[in-house]
Design a protein around this ligand. Structure first.
Ligand code: BJW
Ligand code: ZN
Length: 261
């Protein structure tokens, strides 16, 4: 942790790659691993254009259910720590594979959503895109005003990532001094390749995860633990220490201040 803190202090340009694990402490299920899978479904079975072509209603039911779950969730201390890091780092890029929108809710501004957003809908007929933050949609599958079928504005397996967003993500990985890789199994490409790109371009790479990934032995520092705890310790250690100390005193043990009338 202390080496990573020092690299963060020295870095002039910081990039961050996040995955589902960063939202796990908000209550968002991950895709893989123990407790992973959304409603017992594998992303590989439903997150494909073929699955959508075969049964748009089934795929939409999965996404609609996920939207309902996500609508009730809030960012966690890991999301907030990253938003704070952005404010004090002149050259900062947050690259996320997550489609949940929790980074933006926490206050992150420069967010590259390489796998799109679950809150965007795109028409298969006229190509128009619209944001729709309703938890559940009144009609499944939803239709565009032109009558065409709408699809979730996310990137499925076998689909290209949005070109401009992906170029910006590659540029950030290539030019950063430090890349933080947080809560991703690092098995889905091309996103996982950003860590190799940053490393081969001379950046330090620090990973935070509750379990080892294929990257863990190839990078500079692996921090084992939940990102909702480790990110505040990495980014604002003083505040994290104060909060931890405060949490040790519950209402009954906390010395009471005299109440002035
Ligand atoms: C914690 C924690 C806590 C838990 N704190 N940590 C063979 C080799 C290489 C590539 C391929 C291949 N065969 C096929 C491909 C390509 C394919 C791919 O990578 N497949 C692999 C699975 C094998 N990739 C694609 O198809 C991509 N497109 C592409 O390649 O296009 C080429 C092309 C070019 C030009 C024209 C046409 C095509 C697209 C990939 C799209 C991925 N989409 C999804 C669904 C998005 C929509 C939705 O949400 O429904 O994206 S799949 C799913 O996986 C989602 C995620 O963003 C993505 C990554 O998952 P992530 O975030 O890493 O989550 P998990 O669950 O895997 O991991 C969570 C981690 O958190 C774990 O490590 C935990 O330990 C950790 N954790 N709690 C910290 N508290
Ligand atoms: Zn349309």
């Amino acid at each position: 942790m202390s080496a990573a803190r020092e690299w963060l202090k020295q870095a002039r340009s910081v990039a961050v790659l996040t995955g589902a694990g960063v939202s796990a402490e908000s209550g968002v299920p991950t895709f893989r691993g123990a407790g992973g899978l959304w409603k017992r479904q594998r992303a590989e079975n439903l997150a494909t254009p073929e699955a959508f072509a075969r049964d748009p209603k089934l795929v939409w039911e999965w996404y609609d259910w996920r939207r309902t779950v996500l609508a009730g969730l809030k960012p966690n201390p890991g999301h907030y720590a990253l938003a704070e890091l952005e404010k004090r780092t002149p050259n900062f890029t947050l690259i996320t594979q997550n489609v949940d929108g929790l980074h933006e809710l926490a206050g992150s501004r420069n967010v590259l959503r390489v796998h799109g957003s679950i809150w965007m809908l795109r028409c298969l007929t006229c190509g128009s895109e619209q944001q729709d933050r309703r938890a559940s949609l009144p009609e499944i599958p939803p239709r565009c005003t032109c009558g065409g079928l709408l699809r979730p504005g996310v990137v499925w397996f076998g689909e290209a990532l949005p070109t401009a967003v992906w170029r910006a993500a590659e540029a950030a990985a290539r030019s950063c001094d430090l890349l933080l890789v947080i809560g991703t199994s690092a098995v889905v490409y091309p996103a996982a390749g950003l860590a190799h790109l940053a490393k081969s371009s001379g950046a330090r790479v620090v990973e935070i995860n509750v379990a080892e990934t294929p990257l863990s032995r190839e990078i500079d520092e692996f921090l084992l633990g939940p990102s909702g705890e480790l990110l505040p310790q990495l980014i604002s250690p003083e505040r994290a220490r104060r909060n931890a100390a405060a949490a040790r005193f519950d209402g009954t043990r906390m010395p009471r201040r005299p109440v002035r009338s």
